[in-house]
Design a protein around this ligand. Structure first.
Ligand SMILES: Cc1ncc(COP(=O)(O)O)c(C=O)c1O
Length: 400
């Protein structure tokens, strides 16, 4: 009898964490490395949020909280959904977890039986298939090609639905592509889902506030109220409020599902950090004036990176609507020889040779289920981005 569980064999390490660590190791050895692999804003948490946490500590808000979250936060979440998404949820229909990641994990743990299928549009955030697998479910991938700006099309979605389909996971704006669905595009997807009443919708709206230009963010239950009874709308403070380390995510949905998730969480963490929850109340209810500043900075960086990558030999980079990622194709570099003498056969070879030759860390598209592409996170300074893009141009220019 082995000591480690069989479940471990069903998961892969997170490619983004592996590459970020590799870049750190190279830096520690004295190499000049620019890491474009991390998925977190480089901004600091706004001061009013930090102060709210300090005040909570001083007031002695340092005890266990109700499993689903403190009442003021669940009320603030209900207000947020009404104010920003036009969705009516009672506080009892909301739940707070230790990061958005745990919200998704608990929803799957509370609902999946062995063999239940979960539709995941590819490219996808690396954790979805692993979480589905850990919960005993079967990920069913639907390719969303660059030709369609990496967005799910109604016909392939319709074909992927079977009687075993329990969930579809939607993520707009997307990690890793930055692609976000317009209202019409989302409606085309929700129209398909309306024809399949046994399929639940888990929408990961983590990057809601990071869209650029006049793009209007929409979420499925808002576009199609008919889906309200079978949608879990997930969100969090990690990205929009630069609070990745505070570990607060939340969701709203049918009370029956929220209760099941509370049940799981009660035997798991007993709830999120009390102090971080008070900080999240301030994030949701307090001034939002940092958001235009974040958006402006990200938009400038997106434009810089897309323009510089499209000037590079062999690369094609679509212009995404949101998040802080671009997902260029390196298809034309496949078959070329890198300065090391190695022939680039895959996108993984491309990023590994790029790191070796120029010290730029990016993540290969195959880790996200669709290549040959690679993901660049532009959540870093303009100076570093410009330097990194010059290095990528030099690397591509050196391929023979
Ligand atoms: C699409 C997506 N969903 C969820 C998460 C997880 O968020 P959190 O850090 O709040 O767990 C991330 C983080 O990278 C993400 O990119």
């Amino acid at each position: 009898m082995g000591f480690l569980s069989d479940a471990l064999s069903r998961i892969k390490p997170s490619a983004t964490i592996v590459i970020t660590q590799k870049a750190r190791d190279l830096k520690a050895q004295g190499r000049d490395v620019i890491s474009l692999s991390v998925g977190e804003p480089d901004f600091d948490t706004p001061d009013n949020i930090k102060e709210a946490a300090i005040a909570a500590i001083r007031r002695g808000e340092t005890k266990y909280t109700p499993v689903s979250g403190i009442v003021p936060l669940r009320e603030a979440i209900a207000r947020k959904f009404k104010r920003e998404n036009g969705l009516d949820y009672k506080p009892s229909q909301t739940i707070v977890s230790t990061g958005g990641k745990q919200v998704i994990y608990n929803a799957l743990l509370a609902t999946l039986n062995p063999g239940d299928e979960v539709i995941i549009p590819a490219p996808y955030w690396v954790s979805y298939p692993e979480m589905v697998g850990l919960c005993g479910g079967k990920p069913v991938f639907v390719d969303c090609t660059m030709e369609h700006n990496f967005k799910l099309q109604p016909e392939p979605l319709e074909r992927a639905i079977t009687p075993r389909t329990k969930w579809i996971i939607l993520n707009s704006p997307s990690n890793p592509t930055g692609a976000a669905y317009t209202r019409a595009e989302m409606k085309a997807i929700t129209d398909v889902l309306m024809r399949h009443p046994h399929v639940w919708v888990l929408t990961d709206d983590m990057y809601e506030h990071l869209t650029y230009g006049d793009f209007e963010f929409v979420t499925p239950a808002q576009v199609e109220p008919g889906l309200y009874e079978r949608t879990l709308t997930m969100n969090g403070v990690s990205k929009a409020y630069a609070m990745t380390g505070w570990r607060i995510g939340y969701a709203a949905g049918p009370e029956m599902l929220i209760k099941a998730m509370d049940f799981v969480q009660g035997q798991q963490t007993s709830g999120a950090s009390s102090i971080a929850q008070w900080a999240a109340v301030e994030a949701l209810d307090g001034p939002q004036d940092h958001l235009p500043r974040f958006r402006q900075a990200f938009q400038e960086r997106r434009d810089l990176v897309v323009s510089m990558l499209n000037q590079s030999k062999y690369l094609k980079c679509p212009m995404p609507e949101g998040a802080f990622y671009v997902y260029p194709s390196c298809a034309e570099a496949i078959g070329k020889t890198a300065p090391s003498g190695k022939v680039i056969a895959t996108d993984e070879d491309f990023v590994s040779e790029l790191l070796e030759a120029e010290g730029v860390a990016a993540v290969h598209g195959s880790a996200f289920g669709l290549g040959p592409n690679f993901r660049i996170s532009y959540a870093t300074s303009n100076v570093a981005l410009e330097d990194a893009c010059h290095r990528i141009q030099r690397f591509c220019g050196s391929l023979r």
